[in-house]
Design a protein around this ligand. Structure first.
Ligand code: NDP
Length: 251
């Protein structure tokens, strides 16, 4: 059990994937969970989870989401999970790609943090951002996605420094977590199955991640058990980035 019980928690992009696993975990742990996405409420979202349609890249939508959450009590937790991926090099990236990706992955995180920080200033709160191992090692043909996660890691540290001690801010940096986004990443390869097999062999954990692996870390990061942890980017990748480029199976 975490410290989620009785707290109002906003999880952006909770309709599917990692966000959905975080929503379900915090809900199970007793939080009042508010989530959002750009479309309509997903039909399979449990009824007592609050859904607000909104695009976090738009400041007015971020304001609307946070105001909607505040109607349920003091907003004590923000998980910035919403994000998109565009599989292009810098040379291929259009102005529209830039606006969409930087809008969601950078401006969206900024917009949401800017809205909740004044609410958390006195009563305190926990912010967890979804970074990525892509901020540390460059996935091919993901140029501005990789860079956007570097922004998230850096903003995480700044918020921790500027808004402690009442607010803690950390990031989780997932490796390959099997969701729609990860499948689109592998689909880029000339031979997607070979790319997956090769990637798997480089994971000391010998499996890809599950959304629940990330939800577990988020639950810990908003709990009292992590009270002395702030400004950190915690890698959850089954050991992928700990390994050298030599494929263990060949030795
Ligand atoms: P998915 O594509 O499966 O889900 C992304 C979610 O974000 C969707 O619910 C989507 O809803 C929502 N979303 C996207 N843009 C916006 C927006 N502008 N406003 C509001 N909601 C938005 O991705 P994952 O679950 O795989 O990824 C979740 C997070 O984890 C992302 O930040 C991603 O970068 C990060 N991550 C994922 C990894 C992986 O291997 N899967 C690895 C490392 C990091 P809708 O489209 O309906 O708006």
């Amino acid at each position: 059990m975490t410290d989620a019980r009785g707290r109002v928690a906003i999880v952006t992009g909770g309709g599917r994937g990692i966000g959905r696993a975080i929503v379900e975990r915090l809900h199970r742990d007793g939080a009042t969970v508010v989530t959002c996405g750009r479309g309509e409420r997903p039909a399979d979202l449990p009824r007592d989870i609050v859904w607000i349609t909104g695009d976090v890249s738009r400041p007015q939508d971020a304001r609307h989401i946070v105001a909607g959450a505040a109607r349920h009590g003091d907003v004590a937790v923000l998980v910035n999970n919403a994000g998109i991926q565009i599989e292009k090099t810098v040379a291929e990236t259009t102005d529209d790609d830039w606006d969409r990706l930087i809008g969601a992955n950078c401006r969206g995180v900024f917009n949401m943090c800017r809205e909740v920080l004044p609410l958390m200033a006195e009563r305190g709160g926990d912010i967890v951002n979804l970074g990525s191992i892509s901020a540390m090692v460059a996935d091919p043909s993901m140029a501005i996605y990789n860079a956007s996660k570097g922004f998230v890691h850096s903003l995480t540290r700044s918020i921790a420094v500027d808004h402690g001690p009442n607010v803690r801010c950390n990031a989780v940096s997932p490796g390959w977590i099997m969701t729609e986004m990860a499948e689109n990443g592998f689909a880029l390869a000339r031979d997607p199955q070979k790319a997956q097999d090769d990637s798997l062999a480089r994971h000391p954990a010998r499996r890809f991640g599950k959304p629940e692996d990330i939800a577990n870390a988020v639950a810990w990061l908003i709990s009292a058990e992590s009270a002395f942890v702030t400004g950190q980017c915690i890698t959850i990748d089954g050991g992928l980035t700990a390994a050298s480029p030599l494929q263990p199976g060949l030795f």
